[in-house]
Design a protein around this ligand. Sequence first.
Ligand SMILES: [Fe+2]
Length: 172
Amino acid sequence: MKHKPFLDKKGLIKALEGHFTLEWTGLHGAPHWARVRSYGLELCGLCDADRQVVELFSFLHDCCRQNDLHDPLHGKKAADFAMTLNSVYFRVNNRQMEMLYFAIAGHSDGLLHHDPTIQTCWDADRLDLVRLGIEPNPRYLSRLAATIAMKNRQSVANLRLESGPLRVQGIL
Ligand SMILES: [Fe+2]
């Protein structure tokens, strides 16, 4: 019997295109989600986090933003929205849905969490703060993520040295 994937990625992205009201390629749009996914999956390879939850977090956590600045309710709205999509575009169990809900709802509260899945979601989002010109603060990252942030800082510094103006593609 063929194994059914847990996520209908095409279907989910199409649904998000219809739902997301900000610029698709803007600060909190699809390119950010893709980088959060990439950071998240990198971290999943190094710790005990749930890859499915981390991947879903990347696509969903900012999808209910109404603006790119102060929007304190966007996490809770996105967590509620994510619940309506389970069994439609993805299939996760109750425990995974609880973690996904908590991670999305609290992702912009500046907290740390002992659960590796929830912290990995938040780490992945915070590592992409560099796109806003903000260096991620190790105080709000797991030790693993802080190591990646340090590596990225060195890569950016090296690029500056090598090529003058910063080439952002592939890093930011
Ligand atoms: Fe984000």
